[in-house]
Design a protein around this ligand. Sequence first.
Ligand SMILES: *Cc1c(COP(=O)(O)O)cnc(C)c1O
Length: 238
Amino acid sequence: MTRNDYMTALSANLQAVLARIELACRRAGRSAKDVRLLAVSKTFPAAAVEALAQAGQHAFGENYVQEGCGKAEQLSALGLEWHFIGPLQSNKSRQVAQHFDWVHSIDRLKIAQRLSEQRAPHHAPLNVCIQVNVSGEASKSGVAPDAAMALACQVAELPRLHLRGLMAIPEPTPDASVLRSRFALLRTLRDALNDECGFGLDTLSMGMSSDLDLAIEEGSTLVRVGTAIFGTREYPTH
Ligand SMILES: *Cc1c(COP(=O)(O)O)cnc(C)c1O
């Protein structure tokens, strides 16, 4: 594929995903403006991000600290919005606090405290979501649903963070009714936090390439889409 063909393909994929979002919104009686698209660019080069930015995409998601910071730095002139969505170790929090606008994967207080301390005064507060383990023992990442409220209350107090909402990655399953129940659980939790704690959380980060339609029907406000935009990922062997 030539560079031009590649850019055309990415742009076509982007349009197809936006059309899917719009269709799901219409089915759910929601406005397409209420659902944001995060393009998950992990493992793909800065040139691919740049091509999508030219096609109008503004927000990009990364899972790996080194790789994500590299792209954010390289493309800083484009004024894109960078979201960290992967597991985060304490010793890498400083780089994330410096380079990203959002972190979706907060699952313990210590990481949140470090990010708040390390967020530079000249940057806007870091937008964060608490990652909730909505699949019980079938998945390891995220705080247990019954511990989410306590963590949210503590994170909301941190001065350099802006608590925006909740994020979840359900266990992979072909069973749509299971997925639906996982997404519904996250929505119920968000509603409870708003009703009982008055947080005004506006973000439900849920839905990926294979299940974004279901997630939108269950209230998602931000879908994280990699494969359907960039194609199949090939992981480098480290
Ligand atoms: C990789 C990843 C995605 C994108 O997954 P696709 O199935 O490729 O759309 C979304 N969210 C998280 C947290 C991821 O790690």
